[in-house]
Design a protein around this ligand. Structure first.
Ligand code: SF4
Length: 323
């Protein structure tokens, strides 16, 4: 028997029973504001962070200096070929909407080119804001995983608190201890995951934090497993069943997800999917967009032909998550 569908407040309203059918708009996407809107940002991610030449970035770049590929109009000059030009880390990166929040809200539309002090403050605020927005992304999902009760109440309290913090001015945001917040929210997300997976009737193995680099996990039943923070870099997950598995912060760089079922995996993010390999046979949750670089049809590739980045911290977009 399939595990129950997660409790969700995103469900469509019940149809009208009598009279003319009522046309109702779909409920708003609670993640809509947590997606990057580069048109309302000022290329903060192309200037603020430092790059280290690696499989993710073709060059070294110090923090606070514009990337040489950044055009005067703040667009990327190699946007259509980031991977081919050696910048897959940029293709993977996701600010969870922090960029537009910093520029439009915290700095009221100002840009980093106005003066050095503004630029420095803006990049510092961006670093904190990205973490806040990522936590909100996880909390939106956590809210859909547990029924009304103490755990959901705790999720709502944290959502309200972090929403409030992310509306602060530059000085207030800069003072936030993001690390402490991540730890506290991480503990809550762990409780949500445990409760959800225990109720799924498919509670799988606990492999959180395990070194599964290049592990052969082909067609393995990982339903309901905890893979939180697991190192799955280059792992062969072809045909694996990852429904109801907790993938929070799992390093999926170059993991082979062809034929894998992640349609109901929890705490999976865009950067993780973007960093992995897949094709049309890979099942992903409906709120994630299938990566454009994944082949349009099922593919077959020999394991030996796979290239992998060196093990180490994830690229800028591959946040380890609030473990
Ligand atoms: S390569 Fe493009 S997206 Fe990446 S930092 Fe440079 S300008 Fe930005």
């Amino acid at each position: 028997m399939d595990p129950p569908t997660p409790v969700s407040d995103e469900a469509w309203p019940a149809p009208a029973v009598t009279g003319r059918p009522v046309e109702q708009a779909p409920p708003p996407d609670p993640r809509a504001d947590l997606r990057a809107d580069c048109g309302r940002c000022a290329a903060l991610c192309c200037v603020g962070p430092a790059f280290v030449a690696s499989a993710d970035f073709a060059i070294d770049k110090p923090a606070g200096r514009p990337c040489p590929n950044l055009l005067d109009d703040l667009r990327c000059g190699i946007h259509d070929d980031l991977r081919g030009r050696g910048f897959p880390g940029c293709a993977v990166f996701d600010c969870f909407g922090a960029g537009q929040q910093v520029v439009q809200v915290a700095f009221a539309g100002r840009g980093w080119r106005e003066d050095a002090a503004t630029a420095s403050a803006m990049f510092d605020v961006f670093t904190v804001m990205r973490q806040l927005r990522e936590l909100l992304w996880y909390l939106v999902e956590a809210h859909s995983l547990v029924p009304p009760g103490p755990l959901r109440d705790a999720v709502e309290r944290w959502q309200e608190r972090i929403e409030r913090l992310s509306l602060g001015g530059p000085a207030e945001v800069e003072r936030i201890d993001a690390r402490a917040l991540r730890q506290e929210v991480g503990t809550l997300l762990s409780s949500v995951s445990d409760a959800f997976r225990a109720g799924s009737h498919a509670a799988g193995p606990d492999r959180r934090g395990q070194d599964l680099i290049e592990a052969d996990l082909r067609a393995v039943d990982l339903r309901g497993a905890s893979l939180r923070g697991a190192y799955l870099l280059g792992a062969d997950l072809r045909g694996a069943d990852l429904r109801w598995a907790d993938l929070l912060g799992a390093d999926l760089r170059v993991a082979d997800l062809r034929g894998a079922d992640l349609t109901k995996s929890i705490f999976l993010t865009r950067p993780q999917v973007q960093a992995a390999r897949g094709d049309t046979s890979t099942g992903i949750p409906p709120w994630l967009v299938r990566p454009a670089h994944w082949p349009a049809g099922p593919t077959t590739v020999s394991r030996r032909s796979r290239s992998r980045p060196a093990a180490g911290p994830p690229a800028a977009g591959g946040s380890p998550g609030p473990r």
